[in-house]
Design a protein around this ligand. Structure first.
Ligand code: NAP
Length: 528
């Protein structure tokens, strides 16, 4: 579809039917040219009935199957999505301004995550409960015993996602939830919900999942949270501000609804004090920072925002970054020569420009092209922001650098004095999703893991032996934990099959040895 054709109406799939809101709703735009490509409205949709349908129909139908059977369904979903890969890339380009590399993260990340859980879930067999240890004696009578198991939660899993990963955000949550035996009620960010809706439509059309187990709400959440109840789970990804609103929502609090928050983060990359100019580590570091600033135009929750460098090397590293950033061609993602596309829409562009203005009060701009013309695109109509690199003379010059997430191609070089100072500055992010450390000194890397572990969800330690083979600072892997403490939300997703605990209730069961042995035989331990 070209941007100039009649806009689509993005429907919602609720209560087992495709439904349309009663007004035109919000516009979804092509950020390369600013044209409206679709509208999404949820006005007037009965969200209470839709959530109830998921709980009443989807949950029980899913739980008629065991883990391995549900894992097999994930494999089928991956196949359906893989068959339409090109279509997803096109939507990601049109609605998110994604280059092929950007869309690959979202689309292939979705398929890869589903395949991963299809594979590891197959090992869980036909069970419908997780075991957490073996029965253990509790009192003088050895026959009186106790055991912990996990049973799937009885409600609906509401997944509220951010605009930057409409595909992966949907499936990384849905894979773990469906495997666990809970129905999914997905609420993608309205501005990019087209991709999520089309993916859900392909899966619905293929008839893979039991009735009621997958729903999607496209458009504003309206009063959705008012209908939550005990037994539901909310898994949220987005800004810290929205996360707080959800956590403080009266209905969520009254009903004790379980909430997992993946929020924003001031992630850092550290160049070790040992790394010399021109070394392999220095090269790997600069390449990673540039990649993180430009992939998805810096719209990644895990993207590097703070570039921590030994004070005597700060000028050299900043120069190397400037040289690499000036090679990045920004423009229309349809042009194969373009390395970075637009941000998602004019509103985000404005928000990034405001963020740049704020940071400029406390930090100096080291790189921002004076004359900026996007390739094959109108700079006024499109939502283009050139890569922008800040620097500060010392870490205490700016508190905003550690506090303001500018959600675009923006990072700041921060000099540090010594090892302890490097770790202390990284911790000033107040809790982040990811930190990466580049060094040739194993002791520095090992110290970083423990020093930064309490304030980060993931620590990537790069010595030259993995300089070319690691998966990247910003890439979330299904087998590893995703989430971070403090301002990053305090949530935990993925982490292999352990991620299923978010959708299970852990219960202590007490009884006779015979009863507990029978219960234990029905539950499955997550393989080591
Ligand atoms: P956002 O404005 O917080 O919106 C996120 C989602 O929340 C959207 O689906 C939005 O729906 C919904 N929402 C907004 N207000 C709500 C309310 N009162 N009740 C229920 N839902 C509500 O975030 P965004 O602008 O889409 O995403 C960018 C942010 O997400 C960045 O800060 C980024 O760091 C963060 N992020 C974090 C992660 C992570 O894994 N930690 C991953 C990606 C992004 P509408 O779109 O309909 O308003």
């Amino acid at each position: 579809m070209s941007s100039q054709t009649e806009p689509l109406i993005v429907q919602s799939y609720l209560g087992g039917k495709w439904q349309t809101g009663s007004d035109r709703g919000a516009a979804l735009v092509n950020p390369t040219d600013g044209f409206t490509i679709a509208f999404a409205s949820s006005k007037g949709l009965d969200l209470g009935a839709a959530l109830d349908y998921s709980r009443r129909v989807g949950g029980p139908e899913l739980r008629k199957l065991g883990y391995a059977q549900r894992a097999a369904l994930l494999g089928k979903i991956a196949d359906v999505l893989a068959a339409k890969r090109e279509q997803w890339f096109e939507i990601a380009r049109k609605n998110s301004g994604n280059t092929k590399a950007d869309a690959g993260m979202d689309v292939d990340g979705s398929i890869g995550t589903l395949k991963y859980f299809a594979k590891v879930g197959a090992a869980l067999g036909d069970s419908n409960a997780l075991a957490d240890g073996a029965p253990a004696r509790l009192a003088r009578d050895p026959n009186f015993q106790g055991l912990h198991i996990g049973v799937p939660m009885s409600g609906v899993a509401v997944h509220i996602n951010a605009f930057n990963f409409p595909g992966w955000g949907l499936w990384e949550k849905a894979a773990v939830t469906l495997l666990s035996g809970m129905p999914v009620f997905a609420k993608p960010a309205t501005s990019t919900c087209w991709l999520a809706k089309e993916m859900v439509a392909a899966v619905v059309e293929a008839g893979i999942l039991p009735e009621g187990s997958l729903s999607i709400l496209c458009g504003s959440p309206n009063e959705m949270l008012d209908h939550l109840q005990f037994g539901d789970v909310v898994a949220f990804t987005g800004s810290a501000g929205t996360g707080q609103k959800i956590r403080q929502h009266p209905r969520v609090q009254q009903q004790g609804v379980r909430v997992n928050i993946e929020a924003d983060s001031l992630n850092a990359a550290l160049l070790g004090p040992d790394v010399s100019d021109g070394s392999a580590s220095s090269h790997f570091f600069v390449r990673e920072v540039v990649r993180e600033m430009t992939l998805k135009a810096g719209q990644k929750c895990t993207a590097i925002r703070r570039v921590l460098v030994p004070a005597d090397r700060a000028a050299g590293v900043a120069s190397a970054l400037v040289a690499a950033l000036s090679e990045v061609r920004v423009g229309n993602p349809e042009n194969e020569a373009v390395g970075m596309g637009p941000v998602v829409n004019g509103q985000q562009r404005k928000s990034i420009e405001n963020g740049i203005k704020s940071l400029s009060k406390e930090a100096s701009i080291r790189y921002r092209p004076a004359k900026f013309t996007p390739v094959d695109a109108d700079p006024e109509a499109g939502a283009f922001v050139p890569p922008t690199l800040f620097e500060v003379a010392n870490a205490s010059q700016s508190s905003l650098v550690n506090d303001l997430e500018v959600f675009g191609p923006v990072a700041t070089v921060v000099p540090y004095r010594d090892k302890d100072d490097s770790f202390a500055i990284a911790q000033r992010g107040g809790g982040s999703l990811a930190v990466s450390v580049f060094s040739e000194d194993t002791n520095y890397l090992a110290d970083a893991a423990t020093a930064l572990g309490s304030s980060h969800g993931r620590v990537l330690l790069v010595d030259p032996s993995i300089g070319d083979s690691h998966t990247g600072h910003g890439i979330v892997l299904p087998s590893l934990l995703h989430g971070g403490p403090g301002r990053a939300g305090g949530g935990e997703e993925l982490g292999g099959l352990h991620g299923m605990w978010l959708y299970h209730q852990r219960v202590a069961v007490q009884g006779s040895g015979t009863t507990l042995t029978a219960i234990a035989s029905r539950a499955v331990e997550i393989p080591k």
